[in-house]
Design a protein around this ligand. Structure first.
Ligand code: NI
Length: 171
């Protein structure tokens, strides 16, 4: 099932998401499937559960956008355990459509997470994958990428979004 993407302004996007404690359940499998479906429908490369209104610690990533099944990643209860180097590049978010900003992230990010069966694993991503790890794990901590840009730019985005919302053009 495809869910609508929750947009900036909804409190669920700025809430600490809850840990998953039950694994391999039909509900968990369905949630993961729905997240991929919703992400692909929105043509994104990453999606965190709060972005479909569910405050749980799950993120999905697919840098190939459905082209290569090998690139499908499911991160449950992910944590960053190592960061190395820095990179700066333009970043956007499905929950803040129409905006992009330069964001500095680590060049290499190692996460530990669990799979749908609850089995722990570690994975290191470089460049775009490192950026996706950091961006999606931020979501699970109620943090949007605009918290990484200057207060000036963030206020500008906030004002523009408010204007769009007033005009009924935000979501
Ligand atoms: Ni995002």
């Amino acid at each position: 099932m495809t869910h609508a993407i929750v947009l900036y302004g909804e409190p669920v996007l700025e809430t600490q998401a809850a840990k998953i404690t039950e694994f391999d359940t039909p509900e968990l499998h369905k949630l993961v499937d729905d997240m991929f479906e919703s992400m692909y429908a929105a043509k994104g490369v990453g999606l965190a559960a709060p972005q479909i209104g569910i405050a749980k610690r799950i993120a999905v990533i697919d840098l190939s956008v459905a082209e290569d099944p090998q690139q499908k990643l499911i991160l449950i209860n992910p944590e960053i355990i190592r960061r190395e180097g820095t990179q700066t590049a333009e970043e956007g978010c499905l929950s803040i459509p129409g905006f992009r900003e330069q964001v500095r992230r680590a060049k290499s990010v190692t996460v530990c997470a669990q799979n749908v069966k609850g089995e722990p694993f570690e994975m290191t991503g470089e460049d775009l994958l490192a950026r996706a790890f950091a961006h999606e794990i931020d979501h699970l901590n109620g943090r949007l990428y605009i918290t990484h840009v200057s207060a000036l730019k963030r206020d500008l985005i906030r004002r523009k979004v408010r204007k769009l919302a007033k005009a009924g053009e935000w979501g």
